[in-house]
Write a protein that binds this ligand. Structure first.
Ligand SMILES: [Zn+2]
Ligand SMILES: [Zn+2]
Ligand SMILES: [Zn+2]
Length: 206
């Protein structure tokens, strides 16, 4: 068997980075590989780090599960020329995630870059919304025209208004196809999450 990393850099790094609101336990999988299981209580995610042996390669594989579904998979490599480690992962929706872990004096830091397709618009940069002019019906009804002869009262002195036959309405509202949405009831607007780029890019440091 190859060299097996019992503990050390990874453990220290992850423990300090995810120290709050997490519980950690260790186990061995059916192939005899050492695993570290980190439960994040606030997000409900469980991340498993499987340390590679010489036989399976020295990479550490990560798998994040939420509500029984795999939401992210990746690999961690120790940086050779400087201290720390880099994780490259892919989320279920295709977003690429790079996390750089670096040890600090008082606490360790993680820099996260996420790069993928905007999940709000599925990468189209556009979002379909209900047309507000017609409330999504596709038709627009003009308001009834009031009879001007009787000011909509239907009365002309003592008599019924002859112009509108006492209805008070000169012309009844016409229904037309809504020209704002061309009768579809839906309108395409630029996605406000990605400003129309269709891309999801996020960087954070802590
Ligand atoms: Zn978008
Ligand atoms: Zn009238
Ligand atoms: Zn409309």
């Amino acid at each position: 068997m190859g060299r097996r990393r019992q503990s050390g850099l990874f453990e220290t790094l992850f423990k300090s980075v995810f120290g709050v609101g997490t519980t950690v336990h260790y186990k061995t999988d059916w192939l005899g590989r050492k695993q570290k299981v980190v439960k994040h209580h606030d997000s409900g995610k469980t991340k498993t780090y499987t340390h590679g042996t010489g036989f399976f390669g020295n990479k550490t594989r990560t798998k994040t599960v939420k509500q029984g579904k795999v939401v992210e998979e990746g690999t961690v490599r120790e940086n050779i020329f400087w201290s720390g480690a880099t994780e490259r992962a892919r989320k279920r929706d295709g977003t690429d995630v790079t996390r750089k872990y670096s040890p600090g004096f008082f606490r360790d830091h993680v820099t996260t870059h996420e790069n993928g397709i905007c999940f709000k618009c599925d990468g189209t940069g556009q979002k379909e919304i209900n047309c507000r002019t017609c409330n999504g019906t596709g038709t627009f009804t003009f308001p009834d025209g009031q009879c001007r002869a009787c000011n909509g009262t239907g009365r002309y002195g003592e008599d019924q208004c002859r112009r509108c036959s006492g209805t008070g309405i000169y012309s009844s509202g016409k229904q037309t196809s809504c020209n704002r949405c061309e009768g579809s009831g839906r309108r395409s607007v630029i996605c406000n999450k990605c400003n129309g780029s269709g891309k999801f890019i996020k960087s954070s440091y802590r």
